[in-house]
Design a protein around this ligand. Structure first.
Ligand code: PGA
Length: 248
């Protein structure tokens, strides 16, 4: 039984004061629901947000991590640093990191392997660009990303983790994939995982859709059999909107 899971991806938005203002409002709203919720915030907000959400079920996630344990990697953050402050989730391989910061299937895999030794749950992002969909290659592209990312990752970790299907053409564009398109790909991802591991692992895996998910399209997407949640960018910046989505 997979509990629905909505994660906000704030990207490079909100000052600390704004983050804490959100936390106060969201804590009041998020009570007594079976839908899991997390906020993936900029690194500098993670510790204050963990503190602000203390005593609630609201989880906190990072948006990236480095694959090495420590060393001369100026500007990077290690898993130990995230673990120390109790971070629950970590986004890995978001398309913006792949596009602007040179993230590859190989670095994504290394990051998953590093996280595998911790209690931090990865939210692995995969998704095709528009031209790949127009050429009818979207399933092949996503399958390749999933297989490359999971190489060597133990099945116990995969059963716990989250994969977010985010078609790049739908991110921040206001153009959502149709519920059918999203469901078809999420099912495909589950099939690929059940091919690589056991059926049980694939059944336990949480699969999110991401890309212009909003209060007015969340219900249709969440009603799909293989969509267990969402990775929500823009609409997670407002506590009211994000809560409306959690109440889908
Ligand atoms: P969006 O972003 O909801 O603003 O499209 C989603 C994401 O990039 O995770």
């Amino acid at each position: 039984m997979r509990l629905p899971f909505l994660a906000g991806n704030w990207k490079m938005n909100k000052t600390l004061a704004e983050a804490l203002e959100f936390a106060e409002a969201f804590k009041e709203l998020y009570q007594g629901t079976d839908v899991r919720a997390a906020i993936c915030a900029p690194f500098v907000h993670l510790a204050p947000l963990k503190k602000a959400f203390e005593g609630t079920e609201i989880k906190v996630g990072a948006q990236n991590v480095h694959f090495e344990q420590k060393g001369a990697f100026t500007g990077e953050i290690s898993v130990a640093m995230l673990e120390e402050i109790g971070v629950d989730y970590c986004i890995v391989g978001h398309s913006e990191r792949r596009e602007y910061f040179g993230e590859t299937d190989e670095t994504v895999n290394k990051k998953l392997m590093t996280l595998s030794e911790t209690s931090i749950i990865p939210i692995l992002c995969v998704g095709e660009v528009l031209s790949q969909r127009e050429e009818g290659r979207e399933k092949e592209v996503v399958e390749k990303q999933v297989k490359a990312a999971l190489t060597g990752v133990p099945s116990g970790d995969v059963a716990q983790m989250v994969i977010a299907y985010e078609p790049v053409w739908a991110i921040g564009t206001g153009r959502t994939a149709s519920a059918q398109q999203a469901e078809e790909m999420c099912r495909h991802i589950r099939d690929v995982v059940s091919e690589l591991y056991e059926e049980e692992t694939a059944c336990g895996l949480t699969i999110q859709y991401g890309g212009s998910m909003k209060p007015d399209n969340v219900t249709e997407l969440m009603n799909m059999e293989n969509i267990d949640g969402g990775l929500v960018g823009g609409a997670s910046l407002s506590a009211d909107d994000f809560m409306r989505m959690i109440d889908f």
